[in-house]
Design a protein around this ligand. Sequence first.
Ligand SMILES: CC(C)(COP(=O)(O)OP(=O)(O)OC[C@H]1O[C@@H](n2cnc3c(N)ncnc32)[C@H](O)[C@@H]1OP(=O)(O)O)[C@@H](O)C(=O)NCCC(=O)NCCS
Length: 211
Amino acid sequence: MAPARIPTLVTGRLVLRSLVPDDLEPLIEIQAEESFWWYPLRAGMTADQTAAFLERVLESYERDGFGLEAVVERASGSLMGWAGLAVPHFLPQILPAVEVGWRLAGAARGRGFATEVGAAAVAFGFTSGGLERIVSIYEPQNAASGRVMEKLGFTPSLSTIGPRGEELVVTELRRARWEEHTAGAAPRHAAASPPGTSVPPDEPDPRQSTV
Ligand SMILES: CC(C)(COP(=O)(O)OP(=O)(O)OC[C@H]1O[C@@H](n2cnc3c(N)ncnc32)[C@H](O)[C@@H]1OP(=O)(O)O)[C@@H](O)C(=O)NCCC(=O)NCCS
């Protein structure tokens, strides 16, 4: 199988690029933070768990044609966490679907990074990705994540129960609403494709990967 081509998206302060095996070391440190995986694990990940996590993400690139990506701060070149589009295989009752998600190191929070990178991923999904609908999923206690969804225009779609028995709210954003939501704001493609940045022209179509 030809290797998947994962988009690199550049925003004002961040780069969203595919995760690679060399990210393992900094990822182990970030994912060990208790707050990083508090929802839903209520604990940080061990080094072995993070190695298995990274392997699953790399597998998703091949299986789904896309997946979660590294969030890198442009100024420092440091890995800040991960974000992006992925198929929510952990919640089979809502498939087929494409989810946008985000997790950042504690030190990277509170600066608008999740909203910035989330907006770029959503813009990519609705343009080059050809999606009609994107979901985002959170535990209702996770107010910061819910607020990011709200800022991006997502609205609650349904409540369900996750694999650990946790209550989950599935929010959704449809392309038409995204177009309305972004109209009048910054130019629609600015976050994903600032001048001088290109996205590979023949990305896999996420819609074909979710069935
Ligand atoms: C969720 C997360 C990615 C947000 O990242 P971030 O870069 O800090 O998010 P942003 O700065 O773009 O926006 C956060 C918004 O939530 C608000 N917020 C933060 N903590 C909050 C809280 N406890 N209650 C209510 N709102 C809160 C912020 O004020 C901000 O809204 P505003 O711009 O209107 O002021 C980050 O907190 C994180 O990585 N958490 C751990 C991993 C996680 O839970 N990921 C989500 C899984 S669904």
